[in-house]
Design a protein around this ligand. Sequence first.
Ligand SMILES: C[S@@+](CC[C@H](N)C(=O)[O-])C[C@H]1O[C@@H](n2cnc3c(N)ncnc32)[C@H](O)[C@@H]1O
Ligand code: SF4
Length: 391
Amino acid sequence: MKGLGLYIHIPFCVSKCKYCDFYSLAGVDQTCRERYVEALCKHMCDYKLQAKNHVVTSVYFGGGTPSLLTEKQLKTIVKAVRKNFHVSQRCEISMEVNPGTVDEEKLKAIKKLGINRLSIGAQSFDENELNTCGRIHTPKEIYDCVTQARKAKFDNISLDLIYGLPNQTKESLFENLENAFNLNVDHISLYGLKIEDGTPFWYDRHKLVLPDEDEEREMYFEAVEKLRHAGFRQYEISNFAKRHKACKHNLRYWNCDEYLGFGPAAHSYFGGKRFSFKRDLKLYMDSFDENVKTSETLLDEYVDIPPQARIAEYVMLRFRLVEGVNLAKFSKRFGRSFEQLYYQKMNPYINSGHIVKTKTGYAFSLQGMYVSNYILSRIVGGDLIIPGSNS
Ligand SMILES: C[S@@+](CC[C@H](N)C(=O)[O-])C[C@H]1O[C@@H](n2cnc3c(N)ncnc32)[C@H](O)[C@@H]1O
Ligand code: SF4
């Protein structure tokens, strides 16, 4: 049986953070949330036959804020997953949790449902930085969340942090990292702040005090070094894990393995096709409601990826990983030689030290990783069709 990942999008938040462009809405009431859960379950049922020869090895509840759902709503979704798909016994089931939206009792209930990995959105441990971002929680609520998760017997906990926030100094970033290390978490995702078009930060971009390019690069390189010292192995540009704690679900994206996404804005890669659904909660719910007639299609993009683009996507995604492209795996997958296809284009970046030869193939050096988007656009850019995943 082939492996499969499931992404379940929960598009609800208490309020919108000032940097965030993920599809989620604030102030959605319980009736609507109930209707959404029903739609999700019907949507999963639609894939029952198509996925009958697949075994689900990872499930990821992302958002938005999945921890806003009630225990009963989460239970309904987990039940639908188990009813419609073959779920591996060792399946990694992750859930994004926002500090301030759970307590010990709720976390115990979440654990009991079979959710075995938590990704807690800390972003920062500095009160001013949190307020600037419009986060709903305090630094103490991050500590409480991790402590309660440990009490609920979660042994796979990740924290999200952002560097390059307005007014952030290297010292405060490193303090954020120290705080994360002291909490003894298993995994850290460290993202560079992206000013996304249309967000409050984007409108305020000329007023915000942001680190310049050099400062931002130093923040990243020094943070990577501190993470390594603290026992976190970097396995992807922004992801660092203790032994055996790399996120299996996100690895599926970077390995170009199949996944199905459910919910508005969710992306899928299945049967050689990449597709996504529109960022429209109402349309999504109406599409699965027998009493509502909708003529508009739920699909946003739908692309049957031609062979050359499949190779380019694979190269682009694998290069995000510290392991890079493995020559043997590449030729087994595509029946072609990676070096024959790409050596010439990679050559300038090998000479400049941005790409290095490893025991098994080619990978970015840390310097290369930092400018990976630019280099990859030069190497595979012309062959790509659509980028995009749920991570
Ligand atoms: C799907 S989001 C939200 C998860 C969860 N709702 C939360 O806020 O804790 C996953 C992560 O992406 C990161 N993120 C979102 N927008 C970002 C941006 N504009 N720049 C950098 N990181 C961002 C944050 O670290 C966030 O925790
Ligand atoms: S960062 Fe998380 S909590 Fe904030 S708006 Fe985005 S999804 Fe919602």
